[in-house]
Write a new protein. Sequence first.
Length: 259
Amino acid sequence: MNRGPVGVIDSGIGGLTVLTEMIKKLPSEDFIYHADTENAPYGNKRHAEIMGYTDNNIAKLLSLGCKAIVLACNTATAAAVEDMRIKYSSVNIIGLEPALRPPLYDFPDMPVLVLATPLTLAEKRFTRLRSELEADSGKKFYCVPAQEIVEYTESPSRQRQKLINSLKKLLHPYESIRFPACVLGCTHFPLAKPEISEALGYMPRYYDGGNGAAKRLAFLLARDGLENDISRRGKVIFTSQEFSYRAGQIMLDYYNKER
């Protein structure tokens, strides 16, 4: 059985929010994190480009002995996960999707705000899920493309007020609606919760797919007998040493805020 690491892919730092959840859930596992910063950002690219990047990234991590792959990127998942699961059928590939279902149970009669990248919102995978859930529940999802958040979180010198002002403009058409729930449909977005709340003028309950991805990974590793001995402590390796210095601080800050 392959006891190798789990490969984690994102265009940059967003997937660190997912990695943090997986480490909490599976502390004995090893992870290799690949940030495809060379091709970032993904959210405003064409479908075919994302397919190519994702294919190359998966091949890279499999060559390093990874026993499972996590697409810790909603955009890559929306564009490529179905095709990648067919091409790499011998390995489990876990994707990230906007967490549209949980708010249906928590706020059954209330509108829900969804923030995501333009490509995620335009992909058939997302539009199909949204249409199905709206038809079944009668709930309306208000979807807003917010690529600005990705660029803000990736910037070493963040201009916080500039992002807040930009988000206020994006959300202005919905200012008469007080959303009880906000789905963060990009793994970068949990890193900007304070800015999103300030732009809204209140703090909704936030939902993202990180915890669900961690649970799915744990299930698949256990099902296939691929989990590591729980007595050991896992490690994280970054494919870029330069990226690893920044990533460590981001993960620590995020973990402390989410406790």
